[in-house]
Design a protein around this ligand. Structure first.
Ligand code: PBG
Length: 307
């Protein structure tokens, strides 16, 4: 009766990794229990999630090195793995909410979220690529576009491209406060998308900054974002709370790969109680103010009836 915070299936978004081919299901070494699926198996996985009441998915592609290039052209090629996956999911499960990731890194031969020239990110040139990618996702049936690249001005740019093409009903979940974090390591293993040189500190935020997150969030809000996301989640609960207290928009938080790996490693060693640790983490992220939590724990908490 007096419990203030609850987590339910409706709050959860399940990130899923996809690979080309058929009958593929390979476990990510640093993320026990998380797999890269080929589209046939992705559909099976989504079907089993829907049966558990888990309706929202965020897709991430593992792209073969040989088809990556400087301009991430694979990201909007009609028959690309990613676009085929969105189409197949929406065709088979129109009721599923499909969130799509907009950023160049899985397709970039440089492993960066933007176009790189002479060691620098070209912000405005990158927007054009992001716009093409977002439009392609919308054309394939994406419900929510989630730009994770942290280029300046991309929310407004993508909103305009979507509206100009009559996709006014497609929402934007912006990675507003995305920090240059050590906790993305396992994700980059999953996608083989680590930067080939340098780091992402010129576009992702300094973990030491709090007030800058408010600036980023306000800009995204003014540019037309429908959700504001904070990432990672656990080391940044104060940021989730800060943004929640300063916006009327729903706030999302990404409980990232490294947070998942950290908990799973301790559990494998027998150092933490699995159910208690995982539900405490998700409850805390909700308590801080997140309406939506992107988490690799989404399926297991429902399968095991931990919520
Ligand atoms: C990149 C992107 C990253 C994640 C989601 N989109 C990694 C990065 O910025 O290098 C990380 C998610 C996770 O760690 O679970 N556009």
């Amino acid at each position: 009766m007096v419990q203030e915070t609850h987590v339910s299936a409706a709050n959860l978004i399940f990130p899923l990794f996809i690979v080309d081919g058929t009958f593929q299901k390979s476990e990510v070494a640093s993320m026990p229990g998380i797999y890269r699926y080929s589209i046939d198996n992705l559909l099976r996985e989504i079907e089993s999630c829907l049966k558990l009441g888990l309706n929202s998915f965020d897709l991430f592609p593992n792209i073969e090195e040989s088809i990556k290039d400087k301009y991430a052209t694979e990201s909007y090629r009609e028959q690309s793995l990613y676009l085929r996956a969105i189409r197949e999911v929406k065709k088979n499960f129109p009721e599923a909410c499909v969130v799509t990731d907009v950023a160049m890194d899985p397709y970039s031969s440089d492993g960066h979220d933007g176009i790189v020239e002479n060691g620098e990110i070209l912000n405005d040139e990158t927007l054009e690529v992001l716009g093409k990618m977002a439009l392609a996702h919308a054309q394939c049936g994406a419900d929510i576009i989630a730009p994770s690249d942290m280029m300046d001005g991309r929310v407004g740019y993508i909103r305009k491209v979507l509206d100009d093409n009559k996709f006014t009903n497609v929402s934007i979940m912006s990675y507003s406060a995305k920090y240059a974090s050590a906790f993305y390591g396992p994700f980059r293993d999953a996608l083989n998308s680590a930067p080939k040189f340098g780091d992402k500190k010129t576009y992702q935020m300094n973990p030491a900054n709090q007030r800058e997150a408010l600036i980023e969030a306000r800009l995204d809000e003014l540019e037309g974002a429908d959700f504001l996301m904070v990432k990672p989640a656990l080391p940044y609960l104060d940021i989730i709370k800060l943004i929640k207290d300063n916006t009327e928009l729903p706030v999302a938080a990404y409980n990232v790969s490294g947070e998942y790996a950290m908990i799973k490693a301790a559990i494998q060693k027998g150092w933490l109680n699995e159910q208690r640790a995982i539900t405490e983490v998700l409850t805390s992220i909700r308590r801080a103010g997140a309406s939506a939590i992107l988490t690799y724990h989404a399926k297991e908490v429902l399968e095991n009836k931990w919520l």
